[in-house]
Write a protein that binds this ligand. Structure first.
Ligand code: ATP
Length: 210
């Protein structure tokens, strides 16, 4: 499947942020969006995932403009139910997709194993560290059946070891879906298959990551 954006224009008040952006990502690949702080990366991601609408232009997944149903999110503000277990939080992904509780728990257990957190399945989310919580949110996104995973600064201020763990978890998405990640961290961008740079409202041609 292919998520594509054509001629996106967007601004806050009269200030243009995106000025004719072209973008595409396919399932099976990881694409990074980089660029200076405040240039509009989070805004672009919100348009790519259908959270906001462009003033002009369009975003589609295989020709379908209802992109919100095709994406799962890993956002800067980690949103989890603090008093529920790690497993219950991950199971929310498939539950929202309409799976039965039994199916959702089975999928959640598998995804927690993949991100290396099965030992924490029964712990309340409030008791796990920031880096672990980020992996919980990734497991929840992987547990949903949406074809694209969108991540906004998923490694934030975390240390290098934790960052590497999180990137490994995110790249699991490539097995079945597409990953689109906004990041400041050149090491994270370098792990992706392609990189776009947002400058002056436009995305520069993608480079092949070295
Ligand atoms: N809801 C809003 N209303 C008005 N201006 C906004 C709003 N959201 C963001 N902006 C402004 O739009 C610009 C782009 O913001 P955005 O968060 O998309 O940038 P960014 O590249 O993701 O930044 P960072 O890397 O610092 O997270 C910034 O100048 C920001 O202050």
């Amino acid at each position: 499947m292919r998520l594509s954006a054509h001629d996106l224009w967007f601004g806050y008040d009269d200030r243009p942020i995106l000025d004719g952006v072209e973008f595409s990502a396919s399932t099976g690949e990881a694409v990074a969006i980089v660029g200076p702080s405040g240039v509009g990366k989070t805004t672009l991601l919100s348009l790519l995932g259908g959270m906001q609408r462009p003033r002009t232009g369009r975003v589609e997944v295989d020709g379908d403009s209802a992109v919100g149903r095709q994406v799962s999110w890993v956002l800067q503000t980690v949103n989890v139910l603090a008093n529920r277990s790690v497993l219950d939080n991950v199971a929310l992904g498939p539950l929202v997709d309409g799976r039965s509780r039994r199916e959702a728990l089975a999928i959640a257990k598998r995804r927690l194993r993949e991100v290396g957190l099965d030992a924490l399945a029964d712990a309340p989310a409030r008791k796990v560290s920031g880096g672990e919580l980020q992996r919980v949110v990734i497991a929840r996104a992987l547990a949903s059946n949406r074809p694209f995973l969108l991540a906004d600064e998923p490694t934030g201020q975390l240390d290098r070891v934790t960052t590497d763990q999180i990137v490994e978890c995110l790249l699991l998405a490539r097995a079945e879906r597409g990953l689109i990640v906004v990041t400041h961290d050149p090491a994270v961008a370098a792990r992706c298959d392609r990189r776009y740079e947002l400058v002056d409202g436009l995305l520069r041609e993608p480079e092949v990551a070295s």
